[in-house]
Design a protein around this ligand. Sequence first.
Ligand SMILES: Nc1ncnc2c1ncn2[C@@H]1O[C@H](COP(=O)(O)OP(=O)(O)OP(=O)(O)O)[C@@H](O)[C@H]1O
Length: 351
Amino acid sequence: MTDTDTTPAREAATPVLSARDLRVWYGSKRGPVAAVDGVTFDVRPGETLGLVGESGCGKSTLGRGVLGLLPPGAAVDGEVRFAGRNLVGMPAKDLQALRGPELGLIFQEPMTRLNPLMKVSDHFEEALRTHNRGLGKAQIRTRALDALRGMGIPASRYDSYPHEFSGGMRQRIMIALALVLRPAFVVADEPTTALDVLVEAQIIQILADLRRNFDTALVLITHNLGIVAEACDRVAVMYAGHIVEQGDAREVFANPQHPYTQELLRSTISLGTTGLHFIPGAPPDLADPPAGCRFHPRCPKAMRVCADEQPPEVLLPTGSRTTCWLPVPDMTTAEGRLPLEAEEIGVADEA
Ligand SMILES: Nc1ncnc2c1ncn2[C@@H]1O[C@H](COP(=O)(O)OP(=O)(O)OP(=O)(O)O)[C@@H](O)[C@H]1O
């Protein structure tokens, strides 16, 4: 396959958001936790980038770091280009002004984001008034009801309180609230985790409509590889603070290059699953990650070089990128390519 075979027209569009060498640390008793450690990616208009990886690999930190929504005590470095400006280091007031009308975030716990004392209508009025001062009450109502209808919430519930809705409905209200401002870029962090599969399918459909209708660029953080296969144009696979593989979602799923992606895909349950596969061991402590490739202690294809040196990022003919020594035989010695025995890396017992 050539580059052009797998490159959609969208690839040519200027990215809405570009992250370059983004790093985020948290302070901890054990020293700094490098939760995002040198991450680079682009998201283009109307594109959905799925961000996947095991728990604790830094997905939420990346999503929040991009939007400047990190807790106190977190440090961030690198560049996040959006509308010609770098969001990293931008004054809080300027960032606050971009959030909502330009940058949106959909969280996974709606009840903690909706004010129990405010009706749904109050939430919409507050969001729209803050960012569209010229809108009258009737216009606000029309915009809000349109957004709610799109989420399957009837107009008759406009004046209800959050506790009067089911969990799935509250999540849809939250999404409507984030989308009513039509932001150019949205991070959706596990937006469907707590929901049943029918509501989940509905929300994924709504997110797809959103990018089709408004060209919204979306980063979708999820544990569910099925959702990525169905709803994402591109996928980025995160392991221990790094993106280890990224590319066209269909290409990566059909032809995963990084052993971590291969293992992650093997661990997924499907109708054809005959036995359960899991990846031995656990992601490393990010306050003290292993030298070389961070996946090497768990990698079934690890070589000596993987334990010693960080792998380079390799651009593959398909347009995918992988950070792995396997595709670069000419960059290491024959000895470096000898297989690494499990006992040499201390995971023999766990495996
Ligand atoms: N506020 C914090 N203070 C200190 N460490 C944190 C904080 N938030 C996250 N971490 C650490 O940063 C690392 C990445 O966490 P993060 O929540 O970003 O991962 P994740 O891939 O989104 O996980 P999950 O899928 O479970 O949400 C973990 O080691 C976590 O313990």
